[in-house]
Design a protein around this ligand. Structure first.
Ligand SMILES: C[S@@+](CC[C@H](N)C(=O)[O-])C[C@H]1O[C@@H](n2cnc3c(N)ncnc32)[C@H](O)[C@@H]1O
Length: 213
């Protein structure tokens, strides 16, 4: 998971995760996921992602913990959980991979408890990346419309980059901390580039928190 998503999660989503709450994470990056580990203990943490049959159909396999999912999804829009089951429904870097986001958002709202929250973080500046497909980049105005159509009240939606880089020149792109090979020599090269004023890419993402009335 890229650094800006972690930073946005810690600043905006983590304060909602009070001990004892039931959380559904959609599209986790492992078991336990990065968000789950950052959230700390005393949470009832469940997960949902596309079932292996959906991956196989597309010859794509992203999730590392696919056999550990609480709710393997039989298709892109169905979470086989009861209505109003979760205090917080959370997904990071997933919505851009969903074709009919207006249908998907209704399903997130359905499984959220009344008084609970739907939280999404989605990349704005990242280049095209398939998981298993890539469809959208969404700014706050778009997220607000989606949430409202799903019957959710938006508490916060902002497009923000929280990564601090020593570089004097940055441009929106992939995360500053992202490197395919994160070795001592790649880190040293990046440090040298920033000192020389080389333009470095940093990530911009939209974080949205919406309450189910
Ligand atoms: C780019 S990965 C993000 C994983 C992790 N959250 C992270 O930030 O590293 C996208 C994830 O969304 C899942 N995904 C794609 N379409 C989905 C859908 N319609 N419903 C639920 N999950 C979906 C993919 O299987 C994959 O695990």
């Amino acid at each position: 998971m890229h650094r800006n998503s972690v930073l946005l999660f810690e600043r905006y989503a983590k304060p909602l995760l009070k001990p004892g709450l039931t959380v559904l994470e959609i599209g986790p990056d492992g078991d336990p996921s990065t968000y789950c580990r950052l959230a700390g203990s005393d949470l009832d943490w469940r997960t949902a992602d596309l079932a292996p049959s959906v991956f196989d159909a597309r010859r794509y396999n992203y999730a590392t913990a696919v056999d550990k999912l609480t709710y393997p999804m039989p298709d892109e829009y169905t979470i086989q959980a009861p209505t109003g089951a979760f205090d917080v429904v959370l997904s990071g870097q997933v919505i851009e991979h969903v074709r009919r986001i207006w249908v998907w958002m209704q399903e997130l709202a359905r499984v959220c408890k009344s008084g609970g929250y739907v939280v999404t973080i989605n990349p704005v500046s990242w280049p095209h990346h398939e998981a298993p497909i890539d469809c959208w980049r969404i700014y706050p105005d778009g997220m607000i419309a989606l949430c409202e159509d799903a019957g959710l009240e938006v508490v916060l939606s902002k497009c923000e980059g929280l990564e601090s880089t020593p570089s004097r020149r940055t441009y929106p792109g992939q995360t500053f901390d992202y490197a395919v090979e994160d070795t001592r020599s790649t880190r040293a090269k990046r440090r040298l580039k920033t000192l020389l004023g080389w333009p470095m890419s940093t990530s911009l993402d939209t974080v949205t928190i919406a309450r189910k009335p």
